[in-house]
Design a protein around this ligand. Structure first.
Ligand code: GLY
Length: 573
């Protein structure tokens, strides 16, 4: 009887949940269920900005493959989504070719050769707040242009010139900003003026920005034209490199000509594993995302989440306890693999993760203080961006890219028109001691010359029966890993469509602080009370993640999931 009532409650919850998801997707498109939930045979692009998704689909229609479209979208996002799209930042790509070949590209930024472990500490050894966050000193050596050159050279089909052209046109002719972008640019007006006294395209001196205003970026168009003409030399050498160095001089930054010239992205062996028979292909370090994602999936696999129910108290318990243990590991064991030996094989061993869950109890929360001590970077920024692409042949690309904070360091390179990242803040600024949030920074992620800072970005591809099944990823700082995880289980365990899985309300725990962050309406009041009674601290918060994903249905169609939390758009054909 009890079982039947529970089943009925879960069934009702699922119906209510599906209705919310449908209405959310309607909010994005203005056409209930259309566009985002339509299915397409030939290809699909899902990104944070409609103009960028359109650029990607046009490239596919011109005969480009998923990598051609990805390169075009990366450059287009640098124009139309300057808060996270970039050429002055970095990111990660997971690739799966139609024939099953898999690969990953690490185009994460690096610390300059002159960087040092204590560069953000005062004479008393305390972190100087803001020093790693804003201005020239916060910037790592950018990786995006080199990454796109590498990806295109290895897998691209169309000419470099063709894939660059749409972004150049958007920068040259301008694009209409969204309401969200107008609000962001207006709120940052003063800060942009402070960091760019000679002006930048992001500042409107005549009036406040309004939705639909044209944002024209002539300097950026010129920079992109140089990259189009000269490839990586158009960015890492010559006029653009000179402009970056001039900026460094102006703001006492550390990046030198040598740093730029010697920057190279790295092809890395993907992290792979299985979850309920599906193959997970994801990003290895320098991102922590892939390892942590595999750990989460392995930790919950022994439990029948479907029976427990979506966002039901027991499900939340299992997931939170897994997250608590995985994030403790992440904090202790992960850093740039070129500098630190990450115990990767152990961390993604199912037996290890099963053992980690051995002291989980249904009766009460495990206090984080009793879980293996380590460290966590609590100040991670959430304004990254992700895009997912599939083409007619079935090639798939999953890219997450970032400047770190919204509009990065807020420094736009004078004469070159692009924003520099503030990725240095992703290092442990003071390893071994509590940071401003009372958290401890990890030794594995200490600053060192030419080292890459640890990331949470989790671009991922999932296979079913040896065939492409899902392409997924999201921004969201430390919530990236748990958002990708929940999106995957929403489809595999809870039978959701891609759009429902993306729109579903999410929750997050990261070991420290010992709190369950919960989006509005993610948990009903009874579930919340039950969790509180077992010792879980529930902390309401705003949106978690902005997932952009694609599902290949069993009939061979592509189904998009564009996150209604942003202006994101799925376009297929
Ligand atoms: N800057 C966010 C990340 O790399 O995870």
């Amino acid at each position: 009887m009890q079982k039947t009532i529970k089943h009925l409650i879960n069934w009702k919850k699922n119906i209510a949940y599906a209705l919310i998801a449908i209405s959310l997707s309607g909010c994005v498109t203005g056409q209930l269920g259309k566009n985002n939930s339509d299915e397409y045979k030939n290809g699909m692009v899902v990104s944070a900005h409609p103009e960028a998704s359109q650029v990607g689909v046009e490239i596919l229609k011109k005969g480009g493959n998923a990598v051609d479209a990805a390169v075009a979208v990366q450059f287009a996002l640098a124009v139309v989504y300057p808060n996270a799209g970039n050429i002055g930042g970095g990111g990660f790509m997971v690739y799966r070719g139609a024939s099953g070949e898999i690969n990953t590209l690490d185009f994460r930024e690096k610390a300059a050769a002159a960087a040092s472990r204590d560069m953000y500490l005062d004479s008393a050894g305390n972190p100087i707040v803001d020093k790693s966050l804003y201005g020239h000193l916060a910037a790592g050596v950018p990786g995006s242009v080199d990454g796109m050159v590498e990806a295109h050279q290895k897998y691209g089909k169309l000419t470099w010139e063709k894939v660059l052209q749409p972004a150049i046109d958007l920068a040259q002719n301008g694009f209409k900003i969204t309401k969200r972008q107008a609000t962001e640019l207006n709120s940052l007006h003063r800060k942009f003026m402070d960091f760019n006294p000679d002006g930048t395209a992001f500042v409107n001196l005549e009036k406040t920005w309004q939705e639909g205003d044209l944002l024209v970026q002539k300097e950026l168009a010129n920079t992109l034209s140089l990259v189009q003409e000269k490839g990586r030399a158009g960015f890492y050498e010559g006029a653009v490199a000179d402009s970056i160095i001039a900026e460094m001089k102006r703001g006492k930054g550390l990046i030198t000509k040598e740093d730029l010239k010697t920057y190279h992205s790295a092809w890395r062996k993907p992290i792979t594993g299985t979850y309920r028979g599906y193959k997970i292909i994801t990003m290895p370090p320098t991102s922590s995302g892939g390892i942590a994602l595999m750990q989460l999936l392995q930790s919950v696999e022994p439990y029948s989440l479907k029976k427990l129910g979506h966002n039901a108290d027991s499900t939340v318990q299992v997931i939170v306890e897994a997250e608590r243990r995985v994030y403790a590991d992440r904090a202790t064991h992960l850093g740039d693999p070129d500098f630190y030996t990450v115990p990767q094989a152990t961390l993604i061993d199912p037996a290890y993760n099963k053992k980690r869950m051995q002291n989980f109890s249904w009766a009460a929360a495990t206090p984080s203080s009793e879980v293996l001590a380590g460290s966590v970077n609590g100040s991670e920024h959430e304004e990254t961006t992700h895009f997912s692409i599939v083409d007619r042949e079935g090639n798939a690309v999953s890219i997450t890219t970032t400047l770190n904070g919204s509009y990065g360091s807020l420094v736009a390179v004078k004469g070159a028109g692009f924003l520099l990242n503030n990725e240095m803040d992703d290092f442990s600024v003071k390893p071994g001691a509590p940071n401003m949030y009372g958290l401890v920074g990890g030794e594995a992620n200490a600053i060192a010359p030419n080292k890459r800072m640890l990331s949470s970005m989790t671009p991922t591809i999932v296979e079913k029966d040896g065939k492409l099944f899902m392409v997924v990823g999201t921004p969201g700082g430390s919530t990236i890993i748990t958002s990708v995880f929940q999106t995957i289980i929403n489809v595999i365990d809870f039978d959701m469509t891609m759009q429902q899985a993306v729109a579903a309300k999410k929750f997050h725990h990261q070991w420290l602080p010992d709190e369950v962050y919960v989006e509005k309406d993610a948990l009903d009041s009874l579930t919340t009370e039950k969790l509180k009674a077992k010792g879980y601290q529930i902390a309401p918060r705003g949106a978690i993640g902005r997932v952009d994903a694609i599902l290949k249905t069993k009939w061979g169609y592509y189904q998009g999931g564009a996150d209604p939390r942003g202006d994101d758009k799925a376009i297929g054909y």
